[in-house]
Structures are given as structure tokens and as C-alpha cells.
Design a protein. Sequence first.
Length: 259
Amino acid sequence: MSPSQVFDRRDVRLHRDRAAATVGRVAPVLRDCAERLLDRLDDTTRQFTVALDLGGRGVVAPLLRARGIEVVSADLSARMAALNGPPCVAADEEWLPFAPGSFDLVVSSLALHWVNDLPGALIQIRRALRPEGLLLASLPALGTLGALRTALTEAEAELTGGASPRVSPFPELRDLAGLLQRAGFRLPVADVEEITLSYADPLALLNDLRAAGETNAVALRSRRNPTPALFPAALLRLPRTAGRLQTTLRLATVTGWAS
């Protein structure tokens, strides 16, 4: 596998295939993130008629249609794409199958962080947009699940003497606007807000990640089953407030206009 392949895209697809049957369990969180993203549409007077929903997991397309916008949905997983209703297509974000100028809006809510070639994907998105079309995307930024990453690394090192990457790497906020500019977008903007998720049962965090299709797809991860003691040991290390586990989603939102 090429060193540039941070993620095993086959595993990303398989995780999303599996999650198509369970993603409804985390729909409230996904919908909240999508609504925060789509609120940005209220900041512009531009009227959008046809949008590409990229990786919306069944929550973005209905919100766009409620705004009177025609929607085509795409997802790496055919099963996940089908949750959006027709028209939908199974498509790789790194190889979009759309003609230039097909859309005046592209929305990607919590999907682009699994792409190996993010600059290339952004270029393809720009090409799929009409002149003066808008990209509106959100993705987890560096610092998301930071406590879980540290806890897993420390617990595995203590138990086995080594550690495998078990939480996806996330981009730095300061890099995102630059990536948009490199891809040819005008007026690129990137900002971040922190969303705290609270769990009475620490295992529920891991179950939610699995239900959403967000389990580990790092290409260099160990393929062996982890020692059974790993996750209980790691979860004991996570900080709690009033007995509840607190974890942070640093939600980065990026916008850019096609020329």
C-alpha cells in the first residue's frame, strides 16, 4: 500500500456498509451536526436549486429537500447511499462521477475525514460545482476524541509494550482554508466549534462510533484482535464529570465558492 494511503478505503466502505443498518441510533447527533452546517445557508442571499449530498448518512438530504433544494446523494457505500432516497449513487469521493457544473451546492457533513487525497477530492468537488457554486462541509478537527486516543495508546503500551493507531488522524483547522484555496475555491473560510458528548456508560461511546461507521480504518493499524483487556483499561482512564464520560467533537466547518 502506498505510504500516502493513510486510510484503507475498502475498510471505510465496509464499515459504512455495516453501519447502514445501525446509523439510526446516532441520527440525533448526526442531524444536529448537519443542522449546524446548513445554518450557514442562511448567511447568504444566494438561492440554490440542485445540491450534491456527499456522505450525509440519511440526515442531510431530507434537510436540504425541506429547503426546496433538489438533491442527489452520493456515498462510498451503496447501502448508506440508499438511506438518502433517490436519486442516489455509490461513489468514491476521490473519483466523483459527475460532469463539470452539475451542482450549485455541495454539502458534506462529517464524511471527508476518511479521504486519503483531500486536496484532490476538493478539486473534484469544485469541478462539479457551477460558477458561483458553494461548498459547505464539516469534518472532525484535530483534538476530536483526543482523550480516547491518549487512553487507548497508554493502555495498550502498558498491557503489551507497544501501541497501534486506533483513532483516526484528523486535520488541523489552520490547514483547511489553505487546502480550499489550493483547490481553486474563492473566499475560503474555516472555523471550529466544540460539541461535548456525555455518556453514562463509557462503552456507549464505542458503540456509537461503530453504529455511525466511524471505527478504525487506519491502513497501518494492527490487524490482530486487541487484547480483551484493552478497551476496559482505556475507558477507565477517560475523564468523567459527575460520573459521566465527557468527550469532545471539534467540528470544523469550511466554506468556499467556485469561480
